[in-house]
Design a protein around this ligand. Sequence first.
Ligand code: GDP
Length: 423
Amino acid sequence: MRHDPSRPQPAALIRNLGILAHVDAGKTTVTERMLFAAGVVHKRGEVHDGTTVTDFDPQERDRGITIFAAAVSCGWNGHRLNLIDTPGHVDFSDEVERSLRVLDGAVAVFDAVAGVEPQSEAVWRRADRYGVPRIAFVNKMDRAGADLDAALASIRERLHPLPLAVQLPIGSEAAFTGVVDLLRMRATLWADGSGDPRDSAIPEALVEPARDRRHALEEAVAERHPAAFDEFVEQSQVSEETLRAALRDLTISGEVVVVLCGAAYRNRGIEPLLDAVVDYLPSPLDRPPVSGVSGISDVGDLGDPNDNGDDVSRAADPAQPLAALAFKVQSTGTGRLTYLRLYSGTLRKGDSVLDVGTRRVERIGRVLQVQADRHTEVPQAVAGDIVAVVGLKSARVGATLCAPEAPILLEPPTSTEPVVSVA
Ligand code: GDP
C-alpha cells in the first residue's frame, strides 16, 4: 500500500532517524536505495549521475527531483519514516549536533572492508552523547575483502557496544547474493537483474552455521535481558517475537547494536534494513520527554508574569500544548521552509506560535510533509512528527516554537558524556 503522507500518523508509528556514516561508506547510496525501496523514488538514481535525491546541489539536480530536504519522509510497513539528513563531514559538526538533537534513532553505515574508520568513530561518539539508539548496516559486502565478522570485531573493539548480527551473509564479495535472517530463520536472496528480494529456505550448507548463530544470539540477549525470556524458559527455542522485542529493548537502552549487512549499491539488504528500522529503532514515544523552562515572564502579556520559569517536561502527546524545535531553514521555490520537530501538541495551518527566542508570535502558513520529489500539504501534524512549515519569517535554526499561552524554552538535550573534540 502506498504511503499517504496527508494522513496524520500516531507517534507510535513514526521513526525519526538519521543515517550516520564516515564519508564514502555509502550513506547517500543507502538513503537513496531506502527511498527507492519504499516507493518514494521511482527512478533508480546513481550517486554520480545527479539523480541521487539526498545530495543537494542545484547544479547537479536537473532530472526532476526537486529538492534535497533536511528531512525526507517515506512509508514502510504502515510506519512513517522521517529520514533526517546528518552531514558525514566532521567539519559540519554544528549541523551534525542539530540533526542528532531531533532524531530518535540512527542507522550507522560501515564499509565492510574498512570496518570502523576514524570519522565513523567521531560521529558515533556524538550520537553517544545524545543517547541516540542505533542499529548498524555493514555496507559494500560485495567488495573484495568484505568481511562481516571483522567489521563486527572492529565495532566491538573501537566503539564498545555489543554488536549482535541478526543476519548471516550468503556468499561473499562478488558472490554475495543474500542473507539468512536469524530471527525468522529464512533466507532472503537477491537475484541479479531485478534486485527484488526473494524469500527462501536457508541453503543447505548454512543450516548448521545459522542454527549456531541463532543460538549464540539468544544467549547473548538472554544474558542481558533475562526478564524478556522468563516465560519461555521451558522452551528449547525462544520465539522470533520474543527475541525481536528483547533486541528492541536492548537497542533502545543502548546496550546492544543490532547489525545487518548488504550492498546498497546493488540494492541488496535494503528491505531487511527498513524492516529493522521499524522493528528496533524507537518511536517518539519510546524516548524520554523533552525538558525546558516554562514561563517567559517578559513576553508582554504572554505567559504568567509571576512565573519565573519552572522546569517542565513535555511528552509526545498531541493533546499537550505545542512545543517544537526549528532545526533547519531552507530557501526554496516554495518559499522559506522551516523544518520542525514537534515534541508535543498539534500544529495546524493558521496556528499562531511563539518564537521564544525572538519573543515574536508568528503564523503558520502551510504545514508540509516533505518527500523526495514533492511536498504534500497536510492539515495538521502531531507530536513526534517532523514537518516543514511555510510562513515563519524570522524563526532561526535552534528556535523553540510553542503555544503562546504555554511558553516553554526547550533545553539542549543533556549530554551523557563529556564533549570530546574530534577535529
Ligand atoms: P557517502 O559519502 O557515505 O554518502 O557514500 P556514497 O553513497 O556516495 O558512496 C561512496 C562510494 O561507494 C560511491 O562510489 C558508491 O558508488 C560506492 N558504494 C556505495 N554502496 C556500495 C556498495 O554496496 N558496494 C560497492 N562496491 N560500492 C558502493
